[in-house]
Design a binder for this molecule. Structure first.
Ligand code: NAD
Length: 352
């Protein structure tokens, strides 16, 4: 028997198709009467229609990694219009901005995720200032209400679909070998891996199939719940390093690195890898994940994302400069080999 502690993050979740129409009621449920709408131009009209008379201001400039200068501009809009509720519609960037505003003002949030990043169900916020990213966790950051609308995801471009889904898959995978892993997160993570694996096989042929999209969005929620409940390991550390220090794109970096981080850890957690392989219906988890990704046609090598070979030693140095939990000891030589494989995009060998 393994003893454990589990803290649930309290949020109300509305899941379905066409649920954007319910946001007005959800805002009113939280007592909101004057909404600051955070949405890209692509979604502003639909969100505005759904909110009726509630929006009093809009801000469309959310950016990846939540730069503090963007937050300062949005904060000025928020104060100028005396808003009492935040509503974000978009990916992790729009939701990150909502969280950054909520932790500064205490305002409630209704968020509508349109990618699979999972930020909507975590009390975690990463912000960048002067090129440095810092992360904090605070219950005030967690959105009160999450509205998942499958309809908003059916026309997501294939590249974003696959890479964002692998971002979610990575939350599930690393949750399964986290030190705080427990029966609740194990169940959520394995269900997420199953749904995302089967949906990745189907989405290329029929990107607008609602059941496939529902699997991806539900998988993203479950995996994001794991991300908010347990600590992540080497894979996430590498992706944050590559994103923060070298400007590599968040979801694409997760997609390239995941099979190699799994191969690195496979010998330390064979039972976890067997469970993932079983959930995905493949003989071996790391190479199975690689094949699943490669079959969709998205980039599988760090060199394709714009990382120069001579930047790899600095990436190794940064990724090994502090200690963090990982099932297999993190060594400079080991990470150098891992990043070399990922840079070339080689298929991981089956663990012996
Ligand atoms: P993103 O929000 O930056 O979106 C990427 C691009 O896709 C944007 O141009 C966006 O407008 C567009 N887009 C979003 N949804 C779309 C859709 N359905 N169809 C077409 N285009 C769409 O990217 P992301 O990967 O969702 O989020 C990345 C950010 O989220 C990073 O800053 C990352 O650090 C953060 N994040 C935070 C957490 C957390 O728990 N704090 C978790 C995951 C990600």
């Amino acid at each position: 028997m393994k003893a454990f502690a589990y803290s649930a993050n309290p949020s109300r979740v509305v899941f379905g198709a066409g649920t954007l129409d319910e946001v007005r009621a959800e805002v009113e449920r939280l007592g909101g009467t004057r909404v600051l709408l955070l949405a890209s131009e692509r979604l502003t009209d639909r969100a505005r229609r759904a909110l009726g008379p509630l929006p009093v201001a809009e801000f469309a400039d959310a950016a990846m990694h939540t730069p503090v200068e963007v937050t300062a501009r949005a904060l000025a809009v928020l104060r100028e219009h005396d808003t009492d509720c935040l509503m974000a519609v978009g990916g992790g960037s729009a939701i990150g901005l909502s969280k950054a505003l909520a932790v500064r003002t205490g305002l409630p949030q209704v968020v509508v995720p349109t990618t699979y990043a999972g930020s909507e169900v975590t009390p975690v916020l990463g912000e960048t200032e002067d090129g440095r990213k810092t992360t904090r966790s605070d219950p005030a950051i967690l959105p009160e209400t999450v509205v998942y609308d499958v309809d908003l995801t059916v026309d997501m471009p294939l590249d974003l679909t696959v890479t964002s889904a692998v971002n979610a898959l990575a939350h599930g995978v690393e949750a399964l070998y986290a030190p705080q892993a427990n029966p609740i997160t194990d169940g959520l993570a394995l269900d997420a891996v199953t749904r995302i694996g089967r949906a990745l096989r189907r989405v290329v042929a029929d990107p607008s199939d609602v059941d496939t999209r529902a699997d991806l969005l539900l998988g993203a929620w479950l995996a994001g719940t794991c991300l908010g409940a347990v600590g992540m390991g080497l894979h996430h550390k590498l992706c944050h390093t590559l994103g923060g220090a070298f400007g590599l794109p968040h979801a694409r970096t997760h997609t390239v690195v995941l099979p190699h981080a799994m191969a690195y850890n496979a010998s330390a957690v064979p039972a976890v890898m067997a469970g993932i392989a079983d959930a995905l219906g493949v003989p071996d988890a790391p190479s199975g994940v690689f094949d699943l990704i490669a079959a969709t046609g998205v980039p599988t090598a760090l060199r394709e994302l714009g990382l120069a070979a001579d930047e790899l030693p600095h990436a190794v140095e940064l990724a090994t400069s502090s200690a963090y939990p990982n099932p297999r000891e993190v060594t400079a030589d080991g990470v150098a080999d891992l990043l070399d494989e990922a840079w070339h995009g080689r298929r991981p060998a089956k663990a012996s």
